[in-house]
Design a protein around this ligand. Structure first.
Ligand code: TXA
Ligand code: MG
Length: 314
């Protein structure tokens, strides 16, 4: 059992978090999407502990977080398309999968022995300050036990991983609330995971539709398992009212237990999705019924997470 320190979002907290990373310890930190569970991506012992702490299968590779586009280029073979997307959307909720450079110097555990690497430059000021203070690549999956609801507050991280990690840097709630959108660039630009950057925005920039490979159950992004983001309660989708014994997660103006966005804003719904699921799951209801969400913009990522939360558990 490790004592998990809760670090404040100030210079001392950031310095302590960076010190932990340098020593091979695990530090959860806020990003604009969700909290990440960080370790030095060059240190196999540290990276192995991420998989242990989360109970994550070793075949599921990790995203490497860096402070700048220039640093990202030291780990992957860069391309014109990477340049276009990174210039437009970094720092921000976009992950790019590119061919791994032979001289990258990262632990093989990070890529699960794939010839490609997922990289991103996060926008959250604390994540950026931590990456700058640590001055190295940080491997970080979402800071939750594998298969469970992703964390968007330090309290969610503690609830899932207390005693298994050295520290949590407390930056308050994550503003976007959904994991990064993942684009594969090892061939034609391919959407591998819906996320906090809307597909439409990427397609508008590229001027053509993305190839799409986000089929639930198909392991393209190997972590895209069918059952994921699972609460303890059952999930019932496309609900318009609560049945006896159910709580209702609403969207738009409607009577319900909690509302993702009373005004029907998908941005607000994205930020509320995981916190509301955590809250409803902490109650007594055996089933969380969930109102329909439009399949457009961030609604695609919200629906993707809800479908996986509702999928039969392994
Ligand atoms: O917003 C995010 O992306 C958050 C924050 C912490 O940055 N991180 C996150 O990590 O969501 P994680 O491990 O929960 O999800 C990473 C996904 C997994 O589905 C994994 O399979 C996929 O990225 N992935 C990683 N490397 C890959 C690669 N080389 N090729 C394809 N998919 C990859
Ligand atoms: Mg995750």
């Amino acid at each position: 059992m490790t004592k998990t320190e809760l670090l404040p979002p100030d210079a001392a907290g950031i310095a302590r978090a960076a010190q932990h990373l340098a020593a091979g310890a695990l530090v959860a930190f806020p990003t604009e999407t969700v909290y990440g569970l960080g370790a030095d991506a060059r240190n196999s012992l540290a990276v192995a502990r991420i998989f242990e702490a989360k109970g994550r299968p070793r075949f599921n590779p990790l995203i490497v977080h860096v402070a700048s586009l220039e640093l990202a280029q030291t780990y992957v073979h860069w391309s014109h398309q990477a340049e276009v997307l990174a210039r437009a959307f970094w720092p921000g909720p976009l992950t790019l999968v590119l061919p791994l450079r032979a001289d990258a110097g990262l632990s093989d555990l990070v890529t699960a022995d794939l010839p490609s690497l997922a990289v991103r430059v996060p926008a959250h000021p604390l994540a950026r300050q931590l990456l700058t203070a640590f001055n190295g690549p940080v491997a970080a999956p979402s800071a939750n036990p594998s298969g469970r609801i992703s964390p968007t507050t330090a309290a969610h991280v503690i609830a899932g991983l207390d005693g298994r990690i050295e520290a949590v840097l407390d930056g308050g709630p994550c503003p976007v609330g959904l994991e990064s959108t993942i684009i594969g660039l090892t061939g034609e630009p391919t959407l591998l995971r819906h996320g906090g950057l809307a597909q439409e925005q990427i397609e508008a920039l590229l001027g053509h539709p993305l190839q799409q490979d986000t089929t639930p159950g198909k392991l393209t992004a190997p972590g895209q398992m069918e059952s994921h983001y699972a609460p303890n309660a059952r999930i019932r989708l496309h609900a318009t009212s609560a049945a006896p014994g159910e709580v209702l997660l609403g969207f738009g103006p409607m009577p319900c237990t909690l509302n993702l966005s009373p005004t029907g804003s998908l941005t607000e719904a994205a930020a509320n999705l995981f916190p509301h699921l955590h809250r409803l799951d902490a109650g007594d209801a055996t089933t969380i019924a969930i109102a329909p969400i439009p399949e457009t913009g961030l609604g695609r990522a919200i629906n993707d997470r809800l479908r996986r939360a509702a999928a039969p558990r392994p």
